[in-house]
Design a protein around this ligand. Structure first.
Ligand code: SF4
Length: 277
């Protein structure tokens, strides 16, 4: 498989174009000045009869120097990518509907259920994990296995209930053998996560593990570079901590996670049960 940066860029672009198709935005070009009057490849493919008729005419026409294409005025507005990034009047129901019985990436092949997310649609706090595991895939709910039970304990230690927060993942289908999702799978699925976060508009996002952090912070850095620090994600505070599954394997890291969660509690004005008694 070609995993060059060019190939990865192409996969990301293809994922965005599929996403825009889903939003019924149709085709667009990022730089019309370079397109001129040339027919696009897709037009040529879709209209073979027309092109066949045009080609002889072009061939027999005397060669002329093409007149310069006037430069289009540069508009200081958000780019199409930025504008479409946020869907007006979006709701979680609409996002789920848009996702449908998704087959946009290879992860659909072995999944049982799409795990969209669960919890309070107006939550002040959203937890974002990597992807569903076996139990989640069976039940269609996020964080319901052993790691999920630990997450519930973490949430309750913060003085909250699971229903107070929203929990979701970067990819909505279980990667086979619980492997890490591939870059193209993350790129294809994450626009739905971005929409979920925009719609819920929480005060704080906690990324559980490196994959969620990398998807939201658009970085390849390892979790050790940013764990426990606050970042800005589209004007929302974002903090990265260890995934509960990592804590099951490395219980010694629980202290670090508790310190991270206390930062979130301070931001949200939460007190531990002991402190509030
Ligand atoms: S992981 Fe996301 S993009 Fe891939 S098939 Fe599942 S829902 Fe669709």
């Amino acid at each position: 498989m070609d995993s060059s940066p060019k190939q990865s860029q192409r996969e990301k672009l293809e994922a965005w174009l599929r996403y825009y198709d889903d939003l019924n935005l149709g085709e667009f070009y990022t730089d019309r000045r370079t397109m001129g009057n040339r027919p696009t490849k897709r037009l040529a493919e879709n209209a073979p009869a027309t092109m066949a008729a045009v080609r002889p005419a072009i061939a027999s026409a005397p060669l002329k120097t093409a007149p310069p294409i006037p430069a289009l005025p540069i508009v200081n507005a958000p780019s199409l990518f930025e504008a479409v990034d946020r869907v007006e009047n979006d709701t979680l129901e609409r996002i789920r509907e848009d996702l449908g019985e998704c087959t946009r990436c290879r992860l659909h092949k072995q999944r049982n259920k799409i795990v969209f997310g669960a919890g309070n649609p107006h939550a002040e706090l959203v937890f974002v994990g990597e992807g569903p595991g076996h139990d989640e895939d069976v039940q269609g709910l996020p964080f319901v296995g052993r790691a999920g039970k630990l997450l519930t304990q973490m949430i309750e230690a913060m003085g909250l209930q699971r229903d107070d927060v929203y929990i979701c993942n970067v990819v909505k289908c279980r990667p086979p053998e619980n492997r890490k999702p591939e870059d193209d799978e993350v790129a294809t699925c994450s626009p739905y996560l971005y929409r979920q976060l925009d719609t819920i508009a929480p005060k704080a996002i906690v990324c559980l593990g490196g994959t969620a952090a990398q998807a939201l912070l658009k970085t390849k850095d390892s979790i050790s570079r940013f764990r426990g620090q606050w970042f800005d994600y589209r004007n929302t505070k974002l903090l990265v901590t260890y995934h509960p599954a990592y804590l099951l394997r490395n219980p010694n890291a629980k202290g670090d996670v508790w310190k991270d969660l206390q930062k979130v509690m301070a931001l949200l004005g939460l007190k531990t049960k002991k402190a509030s008694q």
